[in-house]
Write a protein that binds this ligand. Structure first.
Ligand SMILES: Cc1cc2nc3c(=O)[nH]c(=O)nc-3n(C[C@H](O)[C@H](O)[C@H](O)COP(=O)(O)O)c2cc1C
Length: 175
């Protein structure tokens, strides 16, 4: 079993996946893990849509101008949404949940990539979140933060090079 340090070092964004489906028992583990993510005041403003339907994955892949095309060939995409009425820090809560999915996928032997949806859009200016709300029947009061594309890795990427750590970003006591 990997230590958390090893997990953090080997987790790299995966955008090329094998065609194999993510088994249901692995999806259930991802579901349980994401529901354990911390949330401010335990308000849990988030919800998660697990998408495997090929046509829907294709729709997700075209919801914004750049950076989502590879979702078309992912076997699974988890759409992370949240209700801003339930928490004033829904962005933080939904981002932590997205990070949990990203790291949990690595821990379960899968690759994944964060696809930013909030504040992103199509060439004509249509917000990516609006495209996904329509396609996935997401209630109007909810916002889409991200999509986490998940699947078995088609290519192994090098672990993070520890000689490139930006140690100068760490400050002690004061800036
Ligand atoms: C908030 C956030 C938004 C991101 N959005 C996208 C995206 O829309 N499309 C994409 O291909 N990668 C996206 N990424 C992945 C980053 O490009 C990637 O994490 C970064 O280049 C570092 O590479 P690594 O994850 O392999 O270490 C996003 C990552 C984060 C944290």
């Amino acid at each position: 079993m990997k230590t958390f340090f090893e997990l953090a070092q080997t987790r790299r964004s995966t955008r090329k996946f094998k065609t194999d489906a993510v088994p249901q028992e692995i999806q259930e583990q991802l579901q349980k893990i994401v529901l354990m993510s911390p949330a401010s005041k335990r308000a849990n403003p988030w919800e998660f849509i697990f998408v495997e339907d090929k046509a829907m994955l294709e729709t997700i892949s075209t919801c914004k101008q750049m950076g989502a095309a590879f979702v078309k060939d992912a076997p699974l995409a988890v759409v992370v949404i949240a209700d801003p009425q339930k928490s004033d820090v829904w962005i933080e809560d939904a981002s932590i949940a997205s990070t949990y999915l990203h790291l949990a996928a690595e821990d379960l032997g899968l690759g994944s990539c964060w696809v930013q949806i909030r504040r992103r859009g199509k060439e004509d200016g249509e917000p990516a979140g609006d495209v996904l709300k329509k396609a996935l029947n997401i209630p109007e009061n909810m916002e889409v933060l991200s999509v986490i594309a998940i699947g078995y890795k088609e290519e192994e990427r090098k672990p993070f090079d520890l000689t490139r750590l930006q140690l100068e970003r760490i400050h002690k006591e004061t800036f």
